[in-house]
Design a protein around this ligand. Sequence first.
Ligand code: F6P
Length: 327
Amino acid sequence: MGKDIKHIGVLCSGGDAPGMNAAIRAVVRTGAHFDLHVHGVYRGYDGLIDGEVQRVESRDVANIMHKGGTVLKTARSARFRTKEGRKSAYETIMAHDLDAIVAIGGNGTFTGAKIFEKEFGIPMMGVPGTIDNDLYGTDFTIGFDTAINTAVEAIDRIRDTADSHNRLFFIEVMGRHNGSIALYAGIGGGAGGILIPERATDVDELMAVLQKMVKRKKLFGLIVVAEGNENGSCQEVADMVKKNLIEYEVKVAVIGHLQRGGAPTALDRVLAARMGHGAVKGLLEGHSNVMCGVHNNLVVYTPLEDAINKKKKIDKDLMEMAEILAI
Ligand code: F6P
């Protein structure tokens, strides 16, 4: 056990994700189990800069694991990107005697954590909390399962109205530069096509798929488009199709931030519990500057550098299967 860690801080940063509360609860209760003092940092790195730190005990995190969002609140901190901001954050850490920080978030959060650890030597432990599922070193990120369930529910509803009116819908889902949400929501929602940034949209191929649908007298269609789709946004692709395919009435639906809210699914709660617990255990075992993920059903620690910079590959087999099933 790392002997120096007695006081830890926990914060959420970047976009919120359902399941963050379950992770916070796990950090606080695992910390209590090992006789650590756990402090909640509000509003992410901004709160660390501004000294918004409060001791949190086991009872304080009762009744939160089923709630969406984060009780600690979150922020995308511009100030933490500056040396001056990070120095103020370090001063807060010193003032509260914190020995390590558990940072729950995504890419931006871990980038900040990595720089901070290097500059000030404070052990940083990342927990992957983002709906995007774009981090290397973990099979899934906290919030992804809830987000795809929300997206599938939305797609099901759009299917009803698309079917009733014989319309072709282009449905935009989140995911920033990653197509995981689109791929899983597309398969789960039975989409006729899935457009993701990892696979450049071939316009001719898309048109061929749609022409086939017309030939088969398929009267309505659902195409799921990742917001980061490289060959045009959902709206742009829909406009292009509208011009070239008169058989369908084309509509666009953007699911947007609905995907970020709501009660976390059981899978997200369990994942978050494992990662929050693993984060504290990892710090006590001497891990730092790493992300605590779950890979092949095992808790693993991946250097923050790799979690951010190594490309998480999209599952090609899933993509191929999706195309076969869409026919
Ligand atoms: O990273 C999570 C995410 O929801 C992305 O999918 C999306 O691109 C982005 O955050 C939206 O950010 P904001 O809520 O700041 O508009």
